[in-house]
Design a protein around this ligand. Structure first.
Ligand code: SF4
Length: 1022
């Protein structure tokens, strides 16, 4: 869509990250609205940056669009600044791709990831033009559906949904939309279509089910329906969740829109497995996604390679609830690294554990760019960890800390949960003690260690063994948080992070709430509640008032629930056998562990080669949870996957994990106040069970992801690494060792030496709304998508080797931008530009290229001037626009100095516009071609300005308009027409060389038969 034809065009540049709303990314799917049978809007109840990282959403977007009968578009919650703009103008919330209001779709599907997004769901339904409650929707209104993990217990918002999909969406989403449309075509009423949907496995239609009061709790629980539907059927009861037994029937998508504002996890992520075997008793995902289903590793590798090619991304993340428990994770990583490391693709592995693979990877982790690692012991004492079924001892955790800090990491983040069932003050203080003990280990073996103790609040979630447990009330949580603050006050080297207790309590009520809570949610929304999970937007008073208005107490929903009670989510059968959760609950109360299932007893990690796997004939652990795993198939599938990855002999085991043994070092002094056995006497098994989480530490990129480099070493020198696997008596305890520079570990890149080029490009249309930082991320991706190899910088953080011209203000169109970039074996210039333009979208277009020689200064040293056209709407200028502009220009010229204030992060700076603008005049006809090329339409009067650019910056176009009109609110549109070095284009190399000498790189150009040698190639705009 042309940016200037976009319904939001007049105010897009006034909101933060306008690229969130325009759907102009590369890979966005735009189908013809009128040529499909069904139109689906995938709605994510949070901002673009969060929703774009969600994998389930990616799966459905591709899966639905793959069907020629269906169109699927995206919609995220507009952030508050955009919400205000839409409200001012009476505009509805609309999809990204076709900017259609939600009410125009046949189906709107919400992904429920978190209870605190409920008010955002209401906001999107309401402001999307759809009646809020299902009961109020008419025949033509869209079908409003919920899915995602929270859909397994969404009774608190059930009245707002026509249908709730429980379980996997791969098959069911399409079935639902097609059934809905078929019913419409057949002339069925809305009610009849809903009755048809209810017959699909996994689909809960709340309006077909009544509620009754449970005598034990007073909760309103869903009752068995007795009314026959239009075909004489009863709606199913309970509603069985939908399960895709074999994920490989639904290959993970290798494409998704890229090039918009940065998402929180801005990389190619792929789900390698669904489900988890660990059985942590507080973890809902570990219960509702059973059984573990692994994707074929060969497909994973193929998908990753295709996705990298299509997206141009250079970072891959393998994700699963517990990636280390994926049976072939070691050979899978090895295979991926072999394929991707030479091209400097970074690999991250989410939720690794510090045992098994992660433990061994840790040995060399410091050789890559991570400065810290994150672990999740969850509880502060052994008793508490036994209660929650976290199979880890403090000794094991501290051994891990020793390995972390002794390898030069200086930061460690530990995640804990406060308010777990049976928690005592001793358990609370245990959290502080674990943090302190980890720090002591760090001080003993590391340099300036820092430990972050991050503490969230336990919310007992439905469908877990803790679903009956009392949640600590606000006062108690705050008392315990106070204990932690006091225990760690003044402790240098420890940072305490506490989760907001108020929103946790609300989350607890919404999670265990019954249908009555829907009234509360609606009232809170109508009082302005939205973005409840965002600290700065949470409106406690709106919620307090809403609970009071409906006379509903929160306490009963947070109290201990009797095992005999019927619960508001009991009608949704997620596959667990009735007694399983209760058995686990009772085991928890007696601090009894349930070791991981699906593995041989005593095994904490899977065998990493077919020899060991085939030789192990022990039975796999199973607790008969009701899921009825096919353990025989599980075993044979694992063998097959290992075989596919070539992990067929024991040597494989050694190759990957231990990449390089540190040199022997002298033992260090024992810990100060840490009780732990000397490392040499440490038990060989079980290994530590702490979780490494793939997320940033203290706002610094964690880069545990960046095992690429060390793994690249494995690819480079596997034989040497295999030898390093033999444990060395001197190896532990290890003193800090000097980390080798990572480039030593990276495989050399094939191809010729990189050549330096200068590319000229324009940013028109939607790309004008991509900020400079996002452009820096996107441009190398364009180059990779074009099939051209970028050179990377050396050092701990290799980056594409490129430098840009001066940054462009957001919203400004530019016809003349530059980047100097190093490429490996690029094609001839004309072909290069053609390839780049094929890989670009959204108005990013390349139009010039020149090879640079050693005497050619970089772009930043050349550019010292920018030419702008500034368009002001005639409507702003009164009946005689030209006369007004001339009057303004004369007044501007007459003033000795013209200052405007610039706000730099809250600090005001006076900018002298007169001194910072060389010329400012009315533009004549010569501006017309540029205005046309920029795609600007409408009645505007244009001014031409020339602005000098110095190392300290330049006057901005907005400031020129403000200085001219002596007002900051005059709307205008800016076009950067040219960047120049003096009078000359940066492509005109002869004008900028310090020493006139023939460029070595000219030969490259000549060899490739390009006629212009070092002269610029200009391609006229389309
Ligand atoms: S059936 Fe057995 S192996 Fe499968 S998830 Fe349940 S307990 Fe684990």
């Amino acid at each position: 869509m042309d940016l200037f034809a976009h319904p939001y065009a007049s105010f897009l540049a006034e909101v933060n990250k306008p690229g969130r709303y325009i759907g102009a990314e590369h890979g966005a799917i735009k189908k013809d609205w009128d040529s499909v049978e069904a139109r689906v809007c995938l709605a994510f109840p949070d901002v673009y940056d969060i929703g774009m990282s969600h994998l389930g959403y990616r799966i459905l977007y591709n899966l639905l669009n793959a069907d020629s009968r269906i169109l699927a578009e995206r919609c995220y919650t507009p952030y508050v600044d955009m919400l205000a703009k839409l409200e001012e103008r009476g505009l509805p919330i609309a999809s990204l791709e076709s900017v259609r209001a939600l009410r125009e779709f046949d189906m709107v599907g919400f992904s429920l990831q978190f209870e605190l997004t409920y008010t955002n769901v209401l906001l999107m339904i309401d402001r999307g033009g759809i009646p809020l409650r299902a009961a109020d929707r008419g025949e033509e209104d869209p079908l409003v559906v919920a899915g995602g993990p929270v859909a397994t217990h969404a009774e608190a918002v059930a009245p707002f949904f026509d249908a709730i999909l429980v379980g996997d969406g791969e098959e069911a989403a399409k079935e639902m939309v097609l059934s809905w449309m078929a019913g419409k075509k057949a002339g069925k009423t809305r009610r009849e279509r809903l009755e048809d949907l209810a017959q699909l496995t996994g689909v809960y239609v709340p309006s077909l089910y009544g509620t009754e009061v449970d005598p034990d709790t007073g909760f309103h629980v869903v009752s068995r329906p007795t009314e026959l539907d239009h075909q004489g059927r009863l709606p199913p009861f309970p509603i069985e969740r939908r399960l895709v037994p074999d994920l490989n029937e639904y290959p993970f998508p290798d494409t998704f829109p890229v090039g918009g504002p940065e998402a929180i996890f801005d990389r190619m992520s792929i789900e390698v497995a669904r489900g988890c075997t660990e059985g942590c008793r507080f973890c809902q995902a570990g219960m509702i996604y059973r059984p573990v289903r692994e994707r074929d590793p060969k497909d994973v590798v193929d998908t990753v390679l295709r996705a990298l090619e299509k997206s141009g991304q250079d970072e891959v993340s393998l994700t699963a609830l517990s990636t280390a428990d994926v049976s072939c994770i070691s050979p899978l990583i090895k295979r991926l690294v072999e394929k991707t490391a030479p091209e400097r693709v970074s690999l991250s592995v989410a939720s690794l554990r510090a045992y098994g693979l992660a433990e061994e990877l840790l040995d060399d982790m410091r050789k890559v760019r991570a400065s810290g690692l994150t672990f999740a012991p969850e509880a502060g004492t052994q008793r508490m960890r036994d209660v929650i079924n976290k199979n880890v001892t403090e000794e094991q955790l501290l051994q891990t800390a020793e390995r972390v800090f002794s390898r030069g990491f200086d930061k460690m983040k530990l995640y804990f949960i406060l308010g777990l069932p049976t928690e005592t003050d001793e358990d609370v203080l245990g959290i502080a003690q674990v943090g302190q003990n980890a720090l002591n280990v760090g001080r003993r073996v590391g340099k300036r260690p820092n430990v972050t103790v991050s503490v969230s609040v336990h919310v007992p979630k439905p469908h877990t063994p803790f679903q009956w447990c009392k949640m600590d009330d606000l006062e108690e949580v705050q008392r315990k948080q106070g204990m932690l603050r006091a225990a760690l006050r003044g402790k240098k080297g420890i940072t305490l992070r506490l989760h907001d207790s108020t929103t946790s309590e609300l989350e607890g009520v919404l999670a265990r709430g019954d249908r009555r809570i829907a009234d509360v949610v609606e009232s809170a929304y109508r009082s302005g509640a939205h973005f409840d999970s965002w600290d700065d937007h949470y409106k406690a008073q709106a919620w307090d008032d809403a609970f009071a208005e409906h006379g509903i107490e929160r306490a009963p929903f947070l109290d201990t629930l009797p095992l005999s009670a019927r619960l508001p989510w009991d009608h949704l059968d997620i596959g667990l056998e009735d007694g399983f959760l209760a058995r686990e609950y009772k085991k928890a109360l007696s601090s009894r562990l349930s070791p991981p299932c699906g593995k041989a007893r005593g095994m904490f990690i899977h065998h990493t080669n077919t020899v060991d796997a085939a030789a192990d004939e022990r039975k796999l652990v199973c607790y008969d949870c009701g899921i009825a795993c096919d353990l025989g198939r599980m075993r044979s599938e694992r063998l097959r996957f290992l075989g596919e990855m070539g992990a067929t002999d024991r040597a494989q085991r050694a190759v990957l994990p231990v990449l390089n043994t540190p040199p022997p070092t002298a033992p260090v002094a024992p810990p100060l106040d840490v009780t732990m056995p000397p490392a040499a006497a440490a038990p060989a098994s079980p290994p530590p069970d702490v979780t490494m989480l793939d997320e940033p530490l203290d706002d610094e990129p964690l880069d545990d992801a960046s095992i690429d480099d060390q793994l690249a070493l494995a690819a480079e020198d596997p034989a040497g690494l295999a030898g390093a696997a033999t444990p060395s008596p001197q190896k532990s305890p290890a003193a800090p060792t000097r980390a080798r520079r990572p480039e030593f570990y990276r495989p050399p890149r094939p191809g010729s030496a990189p050549v330096r080029l200068r590319l000229a490009f324009e940013k028109t249309g939607p790309s004008a709304l991509i900020g400079h930082l996002d452009l820096i991320r996107e441009l190398p991706r364009v180059v990779r998508r074009a099939g051209v190899r970028t050179a990377y910088t050396e050092g701990f953080h290799p980056k594409p080797d490129m430098s840009f011209g001066p940054a462009l203000a957001l919203g400004l169109v530019s016809l003349d931008e530059y980047v100097d970039i190093k490429l490996i074996d690029p094609p001839p210039a004309a072909e290069l530009i053609e390839c780049l333009n094929r890989a670009s979208s959204g108005g990013l277009r390349f139009h010039g290229a020149v090879w640079l020689g050693p005497n050619d200064p970089g772009i930043a040293k050349i550019i010292n001037r920018a030419d702008y056209l500034l368009g002001v709407p005639e409507a702003e200028l009164g009946p005689d626009p030209e006369a007004l502009l001339r009057k303004r220009l004369a007044a501007y010229e007459a003033r000795p100095d013209v200052g405007v204030w610039r706000d730099v992060k809250g600090i005001k700076r006076l900018i002298d516009v007169r001194a910072g603008v060389t010329t400012l005049t009315l533009a004549g006809d010569e501006a017309v071609p540029s205005v046309r090329r920029a795609g600007v339409v409408g009645r505007l009067r244009w001014l031409a300005a020339t602005v000098p650019i110095s190392p300290s910056g330049a006057v901005r176009s907005r400031e020129i308009v403000e200085a001219l009109f002596e007002r900051a609110d005059v709307p205008h549109l800016g076009i950067r027409v040219a960047l120049r070095g003096g009078e000359w284009s940066p492509l005109d190399l002869g004008r900028h060389q310090k020493v006139a000498a023939p460029s070595v790189l000219k030969q490259v150009v000549v060899d490739e038969g390009v006629a212009f040698e070092s002269a610029p190639l200009e391609i006229s705009p389309a």
